[in-house]
Design a protein around this ligand. Structure first.
Ligand SMILES: Nc1nc2c(ncn2[C@@H]2O[C@H](COP(=O)(O)OP(=O)(O)OP(=O)(O)O)[C@@H](O)[C@H]2O)c(=O)[nH]1
Length: 850
């Protein structure tokens, strides 16, 4: 495609890029397409607009003006007129050759100048780059300061202008007011006043613009950031938009945090223990500041370390905050400390505990009172659980607690005494005062409950009630018959004689006590016994102490809680509610509480859960602390050291009730000696499960099962792993068995028996045996194979065995007193004339725990 074909016959001269080809006339271009079609396109040429010197700047003018430094300016007129001269030629569309040359020269010069400028800028950049950081920083600071000062000046200027304009406006207003007054006289005044007024009204708007816009806005508009601009030391460096924004942000922030930040004093809630980090958070302080403070006090702690409330309080107060101390135990507040109004109190039945030595007839007596045959159903005929019953006689109720008499149940007796109003001390008339009688007296006295002495088995031939009374005196129990105040009644549980007298005595005593309780309040009681029943879950035997326990109540018992699902009386009947002094079984607890725990009714499940959680946590902490104590405390370490020699027989105990487990545990503890000890690895209530077997496996211990059985899986696992499960239903058998095990572990006793003395008369040397002592047996006899000691001046020099015992030249087994013999020691030859040889035997005797 060529332009010659397209143009209308005229020959277009070939020109360079800067051609002065006639412009302004429309031309046509013919477009040929591959498929033969062609198209004529009209090409319109637009004229370039050349600005005259007077009207504005030439095309090159801005460049020369902004880039060219002042000195070369004189050269400018040469260039500018040239371009200006060329300008008038433009409208015609033709430039002369002279004009062309002038323009080319001007262009050339401009290019040269630009190159020079660039060079200078580069040199300046290098110089700046070489400038050390300190100088640069100083310069930047200076510049910033200058910028600040300039801003200040500008602001002052604006303020001044605004003031002046305000004044002018006021003056104008006055003038217009005057003009208005004058206008009433003639129109000309109005004419003169109007322009002033308009001017004054318009003018204040102008300075408001820069005032509204912060300093730098103008700069931003005015100056474009070019390299030469930026590097020109004379020109003020323009701020970038981002820099402006940053500065504004900084000012905003600075405005907020201007001056020393005011510290916020907080009320810090401090619990029993808290980590440093948490305390810092609650104070809104930095943990590092707290650590620093502690460091200054000589305490090297980390943010994650736990500190107690005292230390936390010190820190918080030191940092200027106030402290509110809360204790976790606060959750227990108000649980059972609400007093009852005297007018709400009503008489309540007495709770009577029957105590005494084993087999003195406690259960039989209670049985007679209840007319039920409880004693028949007991394993081995002994009470192993606490029983709680209520009887009604002549319209008066009496609640009874039967406690076991066996020595193992000390804790249970103590608890019985504590939960009771009156203690009945049963003493068999044919057996008199026995160890557990004495212990029961102590419990009753410790619990400060009045006693009634029931002298039982009065039907037996050897019964001697007075002997009982006299013996009781020794234990400071002064019965009525002996001039004291304690009621005593002679009874026979077998015949029923004296039972009425006993019940009368109980009623009399309870009247004296004036027992009262408020039945119209949420119930509180004490757990007498608790067990895990396979079908019924956790079952707690309780005695209500005040208030009335109802089915559906939400209760907390120790660390367990639950909704009372059912209540069962001592006859196995369901109850809807249980008033003060009523014994009952409670079903529905989350687990078996401990005997002696308080049972309290609470208003909501959340409250119950809160208290239960707190108590469980506390129990765990205690356990951990105890374990930590075992590991870490010096006292414990010393104990461990002294106990190191003792062999331990570990056991896992599972029992039917809390009380029996407790009893077994304390009995086993009591069996230990300095040499052997029973160690209870785990003790719990309920049947044996796989986890018990796992525990037993870990320490290779047998499992002691008291009145409980292993489930199928546990049985199989125990069989597979070779873990022995020993089943018992009588506590005597259990204790005897453990005793035997411990006895088996006792090291046999070494018993030495003296046989005879022989005096060394002479020392001979034998070629085969070595040194042989010629002796005379002075006492007893000496025997081959026995132990011998060499004594010199009654001091043992050597102990060993005889290598030879000769009579003349023959080896003999025994040499009697008054006979001479030759004796040699095994591996010892330093015998001397005058030494004495002691002969003895050693026996190893098996021992047992008594
Ligand atoms: N002759 C006679 N025997 C009695 C009398 N009271 C109890 N016994 C017998 O004494 C034995 C022990 O009686 P328990 O009632 O089991 O004695 P306990 O004090 O309850 O014993 P533990 O529950 O083991 O503390 C039983 O064989 C009774 O038959 C009594 O008044 N007269």
């Amino acid at each position: 495609m060529s332009d010659e074909n397209k143009t209308d016959g005229k020959e277009a001269p070939r020109r360079s890029t800067l051609s002065l080809k006639p412009r302004g006339g429309p031309g046509t271009v013919k477009q040929n397409f591959s498929h033969g079609r062609s198209n004529n396109v009209v090409v319109e040429t637009k004229k370039r607009r050349i600005v005259k010197p007077g009207e504005g700047k030439s095309v090159f003018a801005p460049k020369t003006e902004s880039v060219t430094p002042p000195p070369p300016k004189p050269a400018e007129p040469a260039t500018t007129p040239a371009s200006a001269d060329a300008a008038p030629a433009v409208p015609t569309g033709n430039l002369s050759a002279g004009e062309m040359d002038a323009r080319a020269r001007a262009l050339e010069e401009a290019k040269l100048r630009e190159i020079e400028d660039q060079k200078r800028a580069e040199e300046e950049a290098i110089r700046r780059a070489n400038e050390d950081a300190a100088t640069r920083k100083a310069r930047e600071e200076r510049e910033a300061q200058e910028a600040e000062e300039a801003a200040k000046r500008e602001a002052e200027e604006i303020a001044r202008k605004a003031r002046e304009e305000e004044e002018a406006r006021l003056a104008a207003a006055d003038a217009s007011a005057a003009a208005a007054a004058a206008s009433e006289d003639g129109a000309p005044t109005k004419k003169t006043a109007t322009p002033i007024n308009r001017d004054a009204a318009r003018k204040p708007e102008q300075p408001q613009k820069p005032a509204a816009r912060p300093k730098g806005t103008d700069d931003r508009r005015r100056t474009k950031l070019t390299l030469s601009n930026a590097l020109n030391a004379n020109s003020e460096r323009a701020r970038s938009l981002a820099s402006m924004r940053r500065q504004r942000e900084k000012q905003k922030r600075g405005g907020q945090s201007s001056g020393p930040r005011e510290k916020v004093m907080r009320e810090v809630t401090v619990p029993d223990t808290i980590t440093i980090q948490e305390l810092a958070n609650r104070m809104s302080e930095r943990a590092v500041d707290v650590v620093k403070l502690l460091m200054a006090q000589g305490q090297m702690l980390k943010p994650g370390d736990i500190i107690d409330s005292d230390m936390a309080q010190l820190i918080a107060e030191e940092m200027g905050h106030s402290v509110v101390r809360v204790s976790e135990s606060d959750v227990e507040e108000g649980l059972n400390d609400t007093p009852d109004a005297p007018e709400a109190m009503e008489p309540r039945p007495p709770v009577v505990t029957i105590m005494g030595h084993v087999d003195h007839g406690k259960t039989s007596l209670l049985d007679k009172i209840r007319e039920a045959r409880v004693a028949d159903g007991e394993a081995g005929g002994i009470t192993q659980h606490i029983g709680a019953y209520q009887i009604e006689r002549d319209g008066k109720k009496i609640s009874f607690l039967d406690t076991p008499g066996h020595e193992a149940f000390t804790a249970m007796r103590a608890r019985g005494a504590q939960a009771t109003d009156i203690a009945i001390l049963v003493v068999a008339a044919d057996d008199s005062v026995m160890p557990q009688t004495i212990e029961s007296i102590k419990h009753a006295k410790a619990a400060e409950v009045p006693m009634i002495v029931a002298i039982n088995k009065m039907d037996t031939p050897g019964a001697d009630a007075n002997k009982v009374r006299t013996e009781l005196l020794q234990h400071e129990v002064f019965v009525e018959g002996m001039g004291g105040e304690i009621l005593d009644v002679e009874v026979s549980a077998k015949t029923g004689d004296g039972i009425d007298n006993l019940l009368d005595a109980i009623n009399l005593q309870s009247e004296l006590l004036e027992l009262q309780a408020n039945p119209d309040r949420p119930a509180e009681g004490i757990v007498i016994e608790a067990q895990l029943d396979k079908g019924r879950g956790a079952v707690a035997t309780i005695i209500v102490q005040r208030g009335t326990l109802k089915k559906g109540d939400i209760v907390v018992a120790g660390s367990e809680w639950g909704r009372v699902r059912a209540m069962i009386d001592d006859h196995g009947k369901q109850m809807e509610e249980a008033g003060p002094s009523t014994p009952c079984e409670v079903l529905g607890l989350s687990g078996a509480p401990s005997a002696g725990d308080q049972l309290v009714v609470v208003d909501s499940e959340s409250r119950a859960r809160e208290v239960s959680d707190y108590r469980q946590r506390k129990a765990r902490e205690l356990e951990v602390a105890a374990q930590a104590g075992q590991r870490g405390s010096l006292e414990q370490m010393m104990t461990n050291l002294t106990e190191k020699g003792a062999d331990k027989a570990p056991f896992v105990i599972k029992g039917d009730t809390q009380g029996s487990v407790e009893a077994i545990r304390s009995s086993l503890d009591g069996l230990g000696t300095d040499e052997v000890q029973a160690q209870v690895v785990h003790a719990g209530v309920g049947g044996i499960t796989e986890s018990d077997v796992t525990l037993a496996m870990a320490s290779q211990t047998p499992i002691i099962a008291f009145n409980v059985r292993a489930n199928k899986q546990a049985q199989e696992m125990a069989k597979r792993e070779g873990i022995e499960i020993r089943y018992y239903s009588i506590i005597y058998d259990l204790i005897d068995d453990v005793k035997n095990t411990l006895s088996g572990m006792l090291a046999p006793e070494r018993r030495e028996t003296f046989i005879g003395y022989a005096e060394v008369l002479e020392i001979f040397s034998h070629s085969k045996i070595g040194k042989v002592a010629g002796c005379l047996v002075t006492e007893g006899h000496v025997e081959r194979g026995m132990g011998v000691r060499l004594l010199r001046d009654d001091v043992v020099i050597h102990e060993g065995e005889l290598a030879t015992l000769k009579r003349f030249k023959d080896e003999v087994n025994r040499v009697d007193s008054g006979t001479e013999c030759g004796m040699a020691f095994k591996k010892y030859e330093d015998m001397r004339k005058g030494d004495v040889i002691e002969c003895f035997t050693v026996e190893m005797i098996e021992r047992s725990l008594d």
